[in-house]
Ligand binder design. Structure first.
Ligand code: ARG
Length: 442
């Protein structure tokens, strides 16, 4: 029973929040005349000493005292006696744990937001540096059209800014205080829930005591935001893995972010990227675990909810690590710009530019231009050359009205420069977007 019942093995992490919640509660009890001023003073001093004990690693945690809440209260009683036994007036561990966990999640949200910001800054910095670096753009992982490396990096800045937005939205909804809901029905004592809510930095007390002690949607929202963020990082990690694979060789990572092989001396394995990708699994797992814990729970509190904490703790530390590793890799990676540009030019990547030229210069309907371009690509393919290497005569054998002007649009530099539509990959756009992000993130 003790082994399955106790949560102290993992909820000791909530000690700061538990002390802060108890201090706010005691101050309110005294202000409302529910406990005496001297009791409240003894409680405050005792809790502060307990905080110091935990920090110093000398607090005697006990499994038989079940959880962090009972451990701290029992220790307080040992230290200050009778006054400690008045602290639990007008509260229950149900509103206490709901409050502590919200406080912990709120801090974790801020910590994750700070790390997302660091990664966005790293990406925007590298994007500014590579606003004009041309790389192959892919669809289906087949060469599609040339893009700029900076544009590719800024795509992740956009994703991460939405990840941050989801966390901020969840934070705003989380920020209501359960304290004072007591076990489930509220209390007969004349408490001031607005006072405790304000003292703990909440916007307001939760309006329904049953809801306050029994929902964990704030944790679920956070876990879903973390899952989506992890999915974004996982895609990026996979791209890093592909880019630094020797047959691609678009970038290299230094020894700081790669490992060698115990048998193959030439290897530089992108372990950090692989692990950032793989950790996504446990973050999704945390979301699924808690969703499953919560489904089918009748109101109000049930011990099932003790299972809310470990998945959240694990998801947060995993994603923090992934964000830090990705930030490190973004700052570390060295693009091989010459190879990027050469690969960007291969695979008929400017075929769309040719079709667009036929539309613009010859007023051809796009579908016809697409067909003519297809014939030219097949011709080039049969000759074993790329589009810019076809002669004008060869081009004219397919479409007699083509002029030498067409060659101006067939280079990758011309191609990316022409993509100046809003949101497009043109270096001027990318430089402006990178500068905009760097200003926002400064
Ligand atoms: N350790 C419990 C948890 O994490 C605290 C609340 C216990 N409440 C109760 N009525 N047993 O959920």
């Amino acid at each position: 029973m003790r082994a399955i019942n106790a949560s102290i093995g993992f909820d000791a992490k909530l000690w700061r929040q538990d002390i802060a919640g108890s201090q706010a509660h005691a101050a309110m009890l005294a202000a409302q005349g529910i406990i005496k001023a001297e009791d409240q003073a003894a409680i405050q001093a005792g809790l502060a000493e307990i905080g110091a004990e935990i920090e110093a690693g000398v607090f005697p945690f006990s499994e038989s005292l079940e959880d962090i809440h009972t451990n701290i209260e029992a220790r307080l009683t040992e230290r200050i006696g009778e006054a400690a036994r008045r602290l639990h007036t007008a509260r229950s561990r149900n509103d206490q744990v709901a409050t502590d966990f919200r406080l912990w999640v709120r801090e974790a949200m801020d910590a994750i937001l700070a790390r997302i910001r660091e990664l966005m800054k790293a990406l925007a910095t590298r994007a500014a540096e590579h606003a004009a670096t041309v790389m192959p753009g892919f669809t289906h992982l087949q060469t599609a059209q040339p893009v700029t490396f900076g544009h590719h990096l800024l795509a992740y800045v956009e994703m991460l800014s939405r990840d941050a937005g989801r966390i901020k939205d969840a934070r705003a909804r989380l920020n209501e205080c359960p304290l004072g809901a007591a076990a489930l029905a509220g209390t007969s004592f004349p408490i001031d829930r607005f006072m405790t809510a304000a003292a703990l930095g909440f916007d307001r007390p939760a309006a329904n005591s049953l809801d306050a002690v029994s929902d964990r949607d704030f944790a679920l929202e956070f876990l879903s935001a973390l899952s989506i963020c992890a999915m974004h990082l996982s895609r990026f990690a996979e791209e890093i893995i592909i880019w630094c694979s020797p047959p691609f060789r678009l970038i290299t990572l230094s020894d700081a972010y790669t490992t060698g092989s115990s048998i193959m001396p030439q290897k530089r394995n992108p372990d950090a990227a692989e692990l950032a990708k793989a950790k996504t699994g446990r973050i999704y797992g945390a979301l699924m675990a808690l969703l499953t814990v919560m489904k089918g729970l009748p109101l109000a509190y049930a011990k099932d909810m003790q299972e809310d904490k470990e998945p959240v703790f694990d998801a947060v530390s995993s994603l923090e690590l992934c964000l830090a590793a990705m930030t490190g890799m973004v700052l570390d990676m060295r693009p091989d710009t010459a190879r990027m540009e050469a690969l960007a030019a291969s695979g008929f990547s400017t075929a769309t530019d040719l079709a667009d030229w036929l539309v613009r210069a010859l007023k051809m309907p796009f579908r016809d231009a697409h067909h003519v371009t297809g014939c030219l690509v097949r011709l080039a393919e049969s000759r074993g050359v790329d589009l810019p290497e076809l002669s004008l005569a060869e081009m004219q054998s397919v479409e007699p009205r083509i002029t030498a002007d067409v060659f101006d649009v067939l280079t990758v530099r011309a191609s990316v420069a022409s993509r100046a539509s809003y949101g497009g990959t043109a270096p001027a756009n990318v430089a402006a977007q990178a500068a905009r992000w760097l200003e926002i993130l400064a």
